[in-house]
Design a protein. Structure first.
Length: 429
């Protein structure tokens, strides 16, 4: 389904296509320009051809409701963000347009609505921002069917009438097609994301960490605008970008020192951690440890977030810093040992577990980890003995039995054919 509409001279179309790197039909042959965006539960995929664009990886919202990607064409300044969302409003293009405009349209914005082939369009122009002429053109194009809506947002600063053809050239490449099973499986593994707003918040926090407050506030202002540059005072706890912007304001004005804000950043990071928003949690906690590097608990929780992100090497580094600051914390020792095990540093992990046992005799999970370490060594009989001891101390019986069963299967696979004997166990070290 190619969506086309409008009129232009052949010369104008050719110039637009050259600007975007397209052929005269508006469609590129280059394979790396073709973008397929699929929701894991959708029967169809959104497909675009974007030659010359810098294309970001597809991502999936934390709650699994939407997938999206962004792209930009630097020679022309064209920006594009595309979404596919699961929603009961996804019947057709018009129902999707009504759904989104009800959510995002503000009365002060004058929009014009139209159609272009099978696309329902809505567009508007922001002429000025904070007294500066910007002529920022925004166009949203909608598609919908089978309970899913696609929303393409195309924008350009300093828009001129001749730039309309740039928008149309992108719209002309839009198609949808049946989603293949492998494409849906790949979509389920898209990078997790809080959406464009979440990514901007993470970028802003990187600037906050580096104390580039101007750059941070420029990003945060789009996520949480307030009049006159003054921090808002209500509902901060419901809006992390607004909280962050207020903290930036306080630090810049010297109202609150950075070290005093460390706990506030940690609290935001911990809330994101509990919501399993690992990237946002890491960003907040990294600001916190930058402002107060002497707090062992923040280093510990940063290590836990990094473990959840499957980055054991970074987790080990964070746990080591926490342990340097609080050498007697058995819980930090335990998770450091676990991360060392994940890295395959089994002797170091064993030594750290010895340290845990010497510090806190009540930390019975040590025996479960010892069993896992022996499994990694292939010493299955020693592993079973450690797991049995863990079970006798009350460690989760189901988890222990699952590991014991894995050991028994591995030992059975090691037996020479035709014998019932088990080879001698491998040495511990």
């Amino acid at each position: 389904m190619s969506t086309r509409g409008g009129r232009a001279s052949a010369g104008a179309i050719w110039i637009v296509c050259l600007a975007l790197g397209l052929g005269p039909s508006g469609v590129a042959a280059a394979d790396d320009s073709r973008v397929t965006l699929t929701h894991p539960r959708s029967s169809w995929s959104l497909i675009l051809d974007l030659p010359g664009f810098k294309i970001g990886p597809p991502k999936i919202f934390h709650d699994g409701t939407q997938v999206w990607f962004e792209a930009d064409h630097r020679p022309t300044g064209l920006m594009l963000t595309a979404f596919v969302e699961e929603t009961k409003h996804g019947r057709d293009a018009e129902s999707c347009r009504k759904y989104y405009l009800k959510k995002v349209s503000r009365p002060e914005i004058k929009r014009s609505n139209s159609t272009r082939g099978d696309l329902a369009l809505s567009e508007y122009l922001v002429e000025a921002h904070e007294g500066e002429r910007i002529d920022h053109k925004h166009l949203n194009a909608y598609l919908g069917r089978d309970g899913f809506c696609a929303d393409l947002h195309i924008s350009k600063m300093h828009f001129a009438p001749d730039d309309r053809g740039l928008f149309d050239a992108v719209l002309d490449t839009v198609t949808i097609a049946p989603a293949a099973d492998d494409e849906r499986q790949r979509a389920a593994r898209y990078l997790p994301s809080g959406g464009p707003g979440g990514d901007l918040l993470i970028q802003a926090l990187s600037h906050v960490k580096d104390k580039d407050f101007e750059a941070a506030d420029a990003l945060l202002g789009g996520l949480c605008p307030w009049p006159g540059g003054r921090p808002i005072t209500k509902n901060l706890d419901k809006n992390p970008p607004c909280q962050t912007r207020a903290f930036v304001f306080a630090e810049v004005r010297g109202i609150t020192k950075g070290k005093d804000l460390a706990l506030s950043y940690w609290l935001l990071g911990d809330r994101e951690r509990q919501a399993k928003h690992w990237d946002e949690a890491q960003a907040f906690m990294e600001v916190s440890v930058d402002r107060n590097p002497g707090d062992p608990q923040t280093w510990y929780w940063l290590g836990q977030v990094l473990r959840e992100k499957q980055d054991p090497e970074a987790a080990v580094s964070a746990f080591r810093k926490a342990l340097d600051l609080d050498p007697k914390d058995a819980t930090t020792m335990y998770w450091l040992a676990t991360s060392l095990m994940d890295l395959g540093k089994l002797d170091e992990a064993d030594a750290m577990l010895d340290r845990v046992a010497a510090t806190d005799s009540k930390e019975v999970r040590v025996w479960f980890r010892r069993g896992q370490i022996q499994m990694k060594r292939g010493a299955y009989e020693e592993a079973v003995a450690a797991f049995e001891k863990a079970k006798s101390f009350g460690v989760d019986a189901k988890r222990v039995e699952e590991e014991i069963e894995s050991c028994r299967k591995a030992m059975a696979a090691q037996r020479p054919p035709g014998t019932g004997e088990t080879p001698a166990p491998n040495p511990r070290r």
